[in-house]
Design a protein around this ligand. Structure first.
Ligand code: HEM
Length: 400
């Protein structure tokens, strides 16, 4: 699996036997150009304990779409919608056409690691009369002092996250699900993102963001003992339907690139506390070496500055607060203000946002060194139920 690309070094597992077979083909392949076939053949299973699109490596192309249920639509329409969406997602992720109405946009391509992930916003429970089953974890996020949020592009009744290693496959999934929404739900907002393509680098590396930083290094590893407890809701909780699920915090964070790019390299590195060239801590070693937060330089000052982003957000500085960050970059051209509308579609996954995203963002909001160069422009929080077993649809345990 050494060829899996984007998040290889971040330790995320490639999901699914199909995916593994695809990459195995690459290893066996010789010189006759099997790499494309390997990217196309990689397949992530739709069914399982968790929905796809959480622990798999972030794909090259992403679409995030929030829907609101249409006026008059309630629980019955929501059940029918989740059934339709689940059936379509299963076919799409298998690389199969979705029936007679298939647009053929993804024809000729394999599954390309497509994942489709569904979530419910707090307002969904009001709309469907299911307030008693709304998890406490969906309580609104606090207002942070640096927030500059656009309410029209925040929140939403329903959320769909699409990721694929091919732009046409991702678009095909997006259009199919929009069409399948029919009269039951209307798009509230949509955002498009990207990451490095598999095979773009000579060896697997953690991806870079649009500031040029290696981003994702200190993510929790799926092989770690506590990973499941931090990322997924455990059985036996207050809302049994959420067992195996997770909560996604979605923030569109603009990067103020004109300001950032003027900053000299050394100052840029001190903003994070890591080297830009290879992501290694400023205290030395390689990308995966632990940050030495206590180390002092010859001038007697901390080598990783007090306000460095990686220091302030580290779990050991936040009572163990741990989240899995799985973002996409975005670029929507030059905004009306004349500067790039570009940055990070920050998505983080956790079993309880009040013990992960919220305390960390509270601390970052007091002004870490990165704050001067970013702006949170939208915000949303979704309950993402566990993966469907055979015969189930996503969300069925909530809706039935
Ligand atoms: C670490 C960039 C926003 C939480 C990092 C690192 C970079 C980075 C380059 C170091 C490499 C790594 O471990 O991944 C950014 C950028 C952001 C952003 C460019 C906005 C555009 C956020 C937000 C949060 C967050 C909003 C959570 C509230 C973390 C955490 C770490 C981290 C938990 C790992 C710290 C550690 O354990 O060493 N970020 N980040 N980041 N960031 Fe961010």
């Amino acid at each position: 699996l050494g060829t899996m690309g984007a998040a290889g070094a971040a330790g995320l597992a490639l999901g699914g036997a199909g995916g593994a077979a695809g990459y195995a083909a690459l290893a066996d392949g010789g010189d006759d150009g099997p790499a494309l076939a390997a990217v196309g053949a990689a397949r992530v299973p739709f069914r399982g304990a968790h929905q796809a699109g959480i622990v798999q490596p972030p794909q090259a192309c992403g679409h995030l779409v929030a829907f609101d249920l249409a006026p008059g639509a309630g629980r019955k329409e929501a059940v029918a919608l989740m059934r339709r969406w689940s059936a379509a997602a299963e076919r799409l992720m298998a690389g199969e056409p979705v029936g007679g109405s298939d647009s053929a946009v993804a024809k000729d391509a394999g599954p390309c690691s497509l994942t489709v992930t569904f979530g419910f916003g707090a307002s969904f429970f009001d709309r469907t009369g299911l307030v008693a089953r709304r998890p406490r974890e969906l309580d609104p996020l606090p207002v942070f002092s640096s927030d500059r949020l656009d309410p029209k592009r925040s929140n939403g009744d329903l959320w769909v996250q699409i990721g694929a290693d091919d732009a046409l496959v991702a678009f095909h999934a997006l259009r199919t699900l929009q069409r399948e929404a029919g009269a039951a739900a209307k798009v509230r907002w949509q955002m498009n993102g990207f990451n490095r393509s598999p095979g773009a680098t000579a060896h697997p590396m953690t991806t870079r963001n649009l500031m040029g930083q290696v981003d994702g290094t200190n993510n929790p590893k799926p092989t770690a003992r506590d990973f499941d407890r931090h990322v997924f809701v455990q059985p036996g909780g207050a809302q049994p339907w959420m067992a195996g699920g997770s909560y996604a915090v979605v923030r569109r964070i603009r990067m103020l690139l004109d300001d950032w790019e003027k900053l000299p390299l050394k100052a840029q590195e001190e903003v994070i506390g890591r080297r830009k060239s290879d992501g290694a801590p400023l205290t030395g070693g390689t990308e995966t070496t632990r940050l030495d937060l206590d180390k002092l330089g010859p001038d007697g000052r901390q080598v990783i500055p007090a306000d460095a982003h990686a220091r302030i957000s580290a779990p050991e500085q936040n009572g163990g607060a741990t989240m899995l960050r799985r973002p996409f970059s975005y670029h929507d051209g030059i905004g009306p203000d004349g500067v790039p509308d570009a940055g990070l579609l920050f998505i983080c996954w956790q079993a309880d946002p009040s013990r992960a995203f919220v305390p960390v963002q509270r601390k970052l909001d007091r002004g870490d060194a990165l704050s001067r160069f970013i702006r949170h422009e939208t915000s949303a929080l979704f309950a993402v139920p566990g993966g469907p077993a055979e015969g189930e649809y996503v969300g069925g345990r909530l809706l039935e």
